[in-house]
Design a protein around this ligand. Sequence first.
Ligand SMILES: [Ca+2]
Ligand SMILES: [Ca+2]
Length: 132
Amino acid sequence: MHHQCKTASQQPGFLCEDSTACLLPSQLCDGKMDCPDGGDEAAAYCGQMPNSLPQNLIFKCPNQKTWTYVDRVCDTRNDCGDCSDESVPQCPECLGWRCDTVFFADCACIPRSRCRNGVQDCADWSDENLCD
Ligand SMILES: [Ca+2]
Ligand SMILES: [Ca+2]
């Protein structure tokens, strides 16, 4: 059983062995030691992903093909491959510009900082022509 904790944003996290650092789920097995003892990269957790990971820290994509970390749900990035991690009911409304996006990593909503930046993000170019 792993050590559970709540992150700064009140989401489930991973408590390091030192019992002070509470990591974001996506810091587990990311190839970078975030706990002082490197416990977040231990084979016990990273050997057979996602089954070896604490199950409350992962989100199984509805398409059953893949998974992501719970802190990657509703982060506007397409982690499931079909945007299903961005389509769950608890995701907030789009705060940027809504359109059919052209980049795989996007899910029908781009941040306003990418409007009129000279790069096409929307299939209909609305980010360059309409968004302000
Ligand atoms: Ca890590
Ligand atoms: Ca995501």
